[in-house]
Design a protein around this ligand. Structure first.
Ligand code: ZN
Length: 283
């Protein structure tokens, strides 16, 4: 383990002002008590719920059922607090950008823990739990650009008595509202907030990639991996559930909890800097 951590630290040290891409998935939020959609976690939502729930197809058939399911999930998300892995990524962003490097975090998570921890250069590729949008495409509050803060929408009547009549509606066109997240039967191009073209650019320009708690089962990880492998850049995956033998031989796997490993990594990077003060004083 120490060897792999050393390899990751060295890759970041020698990155200099290059481009660092971090991709996070549900695994990073598990230590904050948010169940994953998929994976070996026995609390995984994927196992508990019908695979068809998070789809636009299901939304059209049963918006009441889907909203009940999402509101339960969003409640758990709203109660959660960032864990040391989220904080360490803020530290890593500061450390790397402080050296003149470019940094971008692409998260598949819809929770708001990265923002709460203080991450600023970030793309929420699957949407966000704190906003909703109109289900009518082309409406100013719907795709491809519009959305509303969840706090501006009253779910109280719906929670008290769930029905089609109590579902919150769009202030502009009265269509029912939907979650501002990418459903499993939709594409990244559905909404500008997913910032897919920007994420593709990040994948293309990265010089080092770190995956944290991703299961490599959704589109965006594939896009990053392929870009990274093509460029032959160092690629790391921090995932306690991972097997060392990966189908991607270029991937360097660190099978440790991110909430332990990332703070340790940042401590090392900071210690390294303090140990070589002469390097900082060069013009
Ligand atoms: Zn509308």
């Amino acid at each position: 383990m120490q060897d792999q951590l050393h390899a990751l630290g060295s890759a970041l040290e020698s990155l200099g002002s290059g481009s660092l891409a971090v991709v996070t998935g549900a695994g990073i939020s598990q230590a904050s008590g948010i169940p994953t959609f998929r994976g070996s976690d026995p609390e995984a939502v994927w196992r508990q719920s019908d695979v068809t729930l998070a789809t636009v197809d299901y939304f059209r058939r049963d918006p009441v059922g889907q909203w009940q399911w999402y509101l339960k999930r969003f409640e758990a998300v709203a109660r959660a607090k960032p864990n040391p892995a989220h904080s360490a990524l803020v530290d890593l962003e500061d450390w790397h950008t402080g050296r003149g490097g470019s940094y971008c975090l692409v998260t598949q998570n819809i929770d708001t823990l990265h923002e709460e921890a203080g991450s600023s250069r970030m793309i929420k590729i699957h949407g966000t739990s704190d906003r909703v949008r109109c289900s009518k495409v082309g409406c100013p509050f719907g795709s491809p650009r519009g959305s509303l803060a969840s706090t501006d929408v009253g779910f109280e009547d719906f929670v008290a008595s769930p029905s089609k009549q109590t579902l919150p509606t769009c202030p502009e066109c009265s269509s029912i509202l939907r979650a501002h997240v990418l459903f499993f039967d939709e594409y990244y191009g559905e909404h500008q907030d997913y910032r897919f073209p920007e994420a593709e650019e990040v994948a293309q320009s990265a010089d080092v990639m770190i995956f944290v708690g991703t299961s490599f089962s959704v589109g965006i990880t594939d896009i990053f991996l392929r870009a990274g492998i093509l460029k032959r850049i160092p690629i790391f995956s921090i995932d306690p559930g991972a097997h060392r033998s990966s189908p991607w031989p270029d991937l360097q796997i660190l099978p440790s909890p991110a909430e332990e490993l990332l703070p340790e990594l940042c401590n090392r990077l900071r210690a390294q800097k303090q140990a070589t003060p002469a390097a900082d004083s060069h013009p």
